[in-house]
Design a protein around this ligand. Structure first.
Ligand SMILES: [Zn+2]
Length: 448
């Protein structure tokens, strides 16, 4: 039997116990059998998920007034569902309810909070997520995904994600340090202590082998490396890049793979829900991290749960949280779920992401995902990685940069226009620019 790698570090939280203690045994048994949740039979995964949801329901029933009153309004007389399909009868949690409110869904005494993360949101009011130390250092690390993550103590991980306010930087840092014992370079994203040239130098100095960052920052690091004379593939030799935080198309990824000379995979999560899905080496969608979350797809209008293979909004229930569990949280992301038939052998459901609801581009009578438009745009090697999609009264204008081509601006604009018409039958304006702004923040590419 294959010996499963154990976690490098463990933390004991003195005299701590919660509704989640029972799951330590479940995951320890998997460890002892040399298994992870990734390849378990569906019945076993679903049985675990039902138990974890019921434990969570009981926890928030006892510890949170808002959740309890919402359940009671829906006719619940006890915090329990009998099967996963009944999760559909649990009230949905909308972002508006928790925006700007620190305690609405807090399920522990505020003194128990170990760390707070927040997202800014467009409305100005932040969404807060509170974790206990046990959430972060014990329960969040219980499920292991050793088929998906091949990193080990031999690797050096450069984490170029925000460390301030939001979860990604510290989330990846904990994963690498605690699960794989990997040395971490906490680069952040161009903060005042970590300008981009220094970040590249540090990656070179310590021979970083893994990079976790956003698609736009992965592109920016390449551009900047050329300016400061660091050769990617020689001075910095990556084994693996994880992209998160911004969606991107597979053609954008293909370009990054070529430039960086390594496998580039997608990682989908959020500050509110933590990890949600991770791509396996087959690159056919995200496997849902079913040890951490239960994902449903709903019709965004009616709220009704949709079956496999129907596109709708992702709703996430966290399974291993005591501080601030998310119960049927509407993410605003669109996607479609499939049963796994993946060649990798993982049994966890597969998700295709379609992007954020508010980023869909309505051209004529059809909604287009920006990832899809990006995919077609990136098919043209003369187009660079920086672009804008601008909508004005149902008309699309694409602003793009040239990339290593002798074509004139007019020639390239005409080529892009023709290509978009041929590939998806849309008529658009094309403007070639050489000054599309680079950003250390989240790249804004869609303007509606
Ligand atoms: Zn797979």
């Amino acid at each position: 039997m294959k010996k499963v790698q154990t976690h490098k570090m463990t933390v004991s939280i003195d005299e701590h116990s919660s509704h989640l203690e029972q799951f330590k045994l479940f995951f320890k048994q998997l460890d002892d059998q040399g298994k992870t949740i990734e390849k378990l039979p569906r019945e076993t995964i679903e049985d675990y998920q039902l138990k974890a949801i019921n434990a969570t329901l009981a926890h928030l029933w006892d510890n949170n007034e808002y959740y309890r009153s919402r359940l009671e309004e829906k006719g619940f007389t006890e915090p329990k569902i009998n099967n996963l399909a009944q999760l559909a009868s649990v009230p949905i949690l909308n972002k508006d309810v928790i925006r700007g409110d620190k305690e609405k869904i807090l399920c522990v005494d505020p003194k128990e909070i170990g760390q707070v993360h927040l997202t800014s949101g467009t409305s100005g009011k932040p969404t807060y997520t509170a974790y206990t130390l046990a959430d972060q250092y014990v329960y969040d690390l219980l499920p292991k995904y050793l088929e998906l993550f091949k990193e080990s103590a031999d690797d050096v991980a450069a984490i170029a994600l925000p460390y301030e306010f939001a979860l990604p930087g510290l989330g990846f840092q904990r994963l690498y340090q605690f699960a794989f014992g990997t040395a971490v370079l906490s680069l952040g994203k161009g903060g005042y202590m970590a300008p981009i040239d220094k970040s590249l130098e540090l990656m070179k100095e310590y021979q970083a082998t893994v990079l976790a960052t956003t698609p736009s920052y992965a592109a920016l690091l390449i551009e900047e490396s050329e300016k400061c004379g660091i050769k990617i593939g020689e001075d910095i030799r990556m084994k693996k890049i994880w992209l998160t935080g911004e969606g991107c198309s597979s053609t954008f990824r293909d370009r990054l793979e070529k430039w960086w000379g390594c496998e580039v995979s997608f990682f989908y999560g959020s500050t509110e829900c933590g990890v949600i899905g991770v791509e396996c080496s087959k690159h056919n969608g995200y496997h849902i991290m079913e040890g951490h979350v239960k994902v449903e797809i709903i019709d965004p209008e009616s709220g009704e749960v949709l079956p496999y293979r129907k596109t709708g909004e992702l709703v996430v229930t966290t399974l291993l949280r005591e501080g601030m569990p998310m119960l049927r949280y509407r993410t605003g992301d669109l996607g479609v779920l499939q049963k796994s038939k993946c060649d990798c052998g993982l049994t966890m459901d597969v998700l295709q992401l379609r992007g954020r609801m508010e980023h869909m581009l309505r051209i004529g009578e059809t909604d287009y995902s920006p990832f899809m438009l990006e995919h077609f745009l990136m098919e043209l090697p003369e187009v660079g990685l920086w672009y804008h999609f601008k909508m004005n009264q149902g008309e699309l204008t694409i602003e793009a940069e040239k990339f290593k081509t002798e074509m004139s601006d007019d020639q390239l604009a005409e080529k892009v226009k023709q290509h978009m018409a041929d590939r998806i039958g849309i008529d658009c304006e094309v403007v070639i620019r050489d000054d599309i702004p680079r950003t250390f923040g989240k790249a804004q590419r869609v303007f509606t």
